[in-house]
Design a protein around this ligand. Structure first.
Ligand code: 5GP
Length: 190
């Protein structure tokens, strides 16, 4: 597979990485396109198929695994599968784009390992687990049980931060956005 650079943003759910990725996508000079992942969970109210995710059934997901269609995939939460299709990255590279990923830490590190020379892997750190709890509750998109599942996973994910190229602490969103923009701008011109 040949093509532009790969920019991975990984972090625990609720860290604000999606906000950062959206901001970066608006910066035209960065020439970024979002890698739409396949997911087996149900869409949330505002989510669109083919834009936020390719929403597929667990059976379809497992078939893609069998067929070797994924660059990486992960059962991020029990029975919730997420993965990056090879065809998605090829599609965006064919458009001459740099590809940006909003994926979990394991998937992010896998992409980095597969394409070490063209991947910038950024970890977005939350200030604290308590702060994360507040953010997830305020978001009101998950049940109490799901929030607890995400918080338990966040503590494990935080431990992988040192394996990333850069760590951005999202304690001030403005600052985090600016820092991310500078980081990506520098990397794509290297
Ligand atoms: P959510 O359900 O909140 O949209 O996403 C849950 C988690 O799955 C987030 O950490 C998100 O970054 C991660 N995720 C989304 N797409 C992928 C993917 O293609 N691969 C992997 N490994 N994780 C993903």
């Amino acid at each position: 597979m040949k093509g532009g650079k790969l920019i991975v943003f990984s972090a625990p759910s609720g860290s604000g990485k999606t906000t950062i990725v959206r901001h970066l996508l608006e910066q035209e000079q960065l020439n970024l396109a979002f890698s739409v992942s396949a997911a087996s969970r149900a869409p949330r109210a505002h989510e669109k198929d083919g834009e936020d995710y390719y929403f597929i059934s667990t059976e379809q997901f497992k078939q893609h695994i069998k067929d070797g269609d994924f660059l990486e995939w992960e059962e991020v939460y029990r029975d919730n599968f997420y993965g990056t299709l090879k065809s998605e990255v090829e599609r965006l590279w064919a458009q001459g784009k740099n590809v940006i990923f909003d994926i979990d830490v394991v998937g992010g590190l896998r992409i980095k390992k597969k394409f070490p020379d063209k991947t910038l892997a950024v970890f977005v750190k939350i200030p604290s687990v308590d702060e994360l709890k507040i953010r997830l509750k305020n978001r009101k998109t998950e049940s109490e049980e799901k929030i607890n599942m995400r918080i338990a996973k966040a503590s494990i994910e935080m431990a992988t931060a040192p394996q990333f190229d850069f760590i951005i602490v999202n304690d001030n969103l403005e600052k985090a956005l600016k820092e991310s923009e500078e980081l990506v701008a520098k990397y794509i011109t290297e």
